[in-house]
Design a protein around this ligand. Structure first.
Ligand SMILES: *[C@@H]1O[C@H](CO)[C@@H](O)[C@H](O)[C@H]1NC(C)=O
Length: 330
């Protein structure tokens, strides 16, 4: 009888503990900004730093979560859609700026208004009014980055492409045409590639060959409209369990999708509508960093959303992400 009570109390305690843990409050904190269009968060696990860009401001930022210090560098070359650290190098980044792939020499401990850059290759040759948007590094260290059509901050459909860059910087066209190239996640098993062309209102999955870097057999994984999600899907990342975390532009959410079944698992309401991208970071990779934008908002919307364009940290999700890779380039 006594044993039974102990068992009973233990079970009750376990239930209370588990419930308490699940329902623990998710806390959202503004850590940087606001900027015009913050994008492309990348956690540098070697240095414990977060990088992100302001596309419109033509800047790469570095946030140190320990000191809270934010530094930046300005690329006069053009708008910056993505920036990732170069593997095995200190103070070198690969960035998509305008329609150029550039190497940026920047010591992120200080601001640099005119860093040395080197143009490695060019994309969208002969196509007008496009610029780099989001990009990510694949499991083999190759950078993939896509473009979008845009004139006076208004997107133009059907002008962009997704490129994969070889180790010498040569671009290969992977998907074309695209409206707004976004998303970009590879499965932990390195055999699936998840992609978002924002105006398709979905997330698609391809089979991925890690050796050749080729993709084939496109399927729709998740349809925003069928799941009653307003707006478009923007950037995304993957958690430790292999589920996708998706930024919802014009819908104000960050939502989690099962990468196998396409089922929506969870959604977090952000304090602003135009959520652009997500990345796990922090020493335990259990903080979800969320970038947002204000460049597409009206005056009224801007007054209602004074934090629009900020970068946020979401704590208490109870999950963690996987390491983000730096880029291999000769
Ligand atoms: C997938 O690629 C990553 C990065 O190169 C590697 O660490 C990991 O072992 C690979 N996983 C499998 C299942 O091959």
């Amino acid at each position: 009888m006594k044993d039974f009570s102990v068992l009973f109390i233990s079970i009750v305690l376990i239930i209370i503990f588990a419930f308490g843990k699940c329902s623990k409050d998710v806390r959202i904190e503004r850590i940087a900004g606001p900027y015009m269009c913050a994008e492309g968060p990348h956690w540098d696990e070697k240095k414990n730093l977060l990088y992100f860009v302001d596309v419109v401001g033509q800047k790469i930022f570095c946030y140190n979560p320990v000191t809270k210090k934010i530094t930046h560098t300005y690329l006069k070359n053009g708008q910056v859609g993505v920036a990732v650290p170069v593997h095995g190098k200190n103070n070198e980044f690969l960035a998509g700026s305008g329609t150029d792939l550039v190497r940026v020499f920047w010591d992120s401990t200080a601001d640099d208004k005119d860093p040395r850059i080197e143009i490695i290759s060019k994309v969208d040759i002969g196509v007008e009014d496009t610029r780099f948007n989001d990009g990510k590094v694949d499991p083999k260290g190759r950078l993939w980055a896509g473009t979008m059509g845009e004139k006076n901050y208004v997107p133009i459909s059907g002008k962009g492409s997704l490129y994969r860059f070889a180790y010498d910087g040569t671009p290969a066209t992977m998907i074309s045409p695209v409206d707004i190239s976004n998303g970009l996640v590879w499965s932990h098993t390195n055999d699936s590639f998840y992609y978002i062309d924002s105006f398709a209102y979905n997330i698609v999955v391809y089979d991925y060959d890690d050796t050749t870097g080729d993709i084939y057999n496109k399927r729709t994984l998740f349809d925003l409209k069928k799941n009653n999600i307003k707006g478009i899907a923007d950037g995304m990342t993957i958690d430790h369990a292999g589920n996708l975390w998706v930024a919802n532009h014009d819908g104000g959410l960050v939502f989690q999708v099962d990468s196998k079944t396409g089922k929506m698992l969870r959604s977090i309401a952000m304090p602003v509508t135009d959520v652009t991208s997500v990345a796990f970071g922090g020493p335990n990779k259990d903080i979800l960093y969320v970038t947002t934008a204000k460049d597409k908002l009206s005056e009224t919307q801007l007054q209602e959303q004074p934090l629009a364009g900020s970068v946020f940290a979401v704590y208490g999700l109870g999950i963690s992400g996987s390491p983000m890779l730096s880029c291999k380039i000769r």
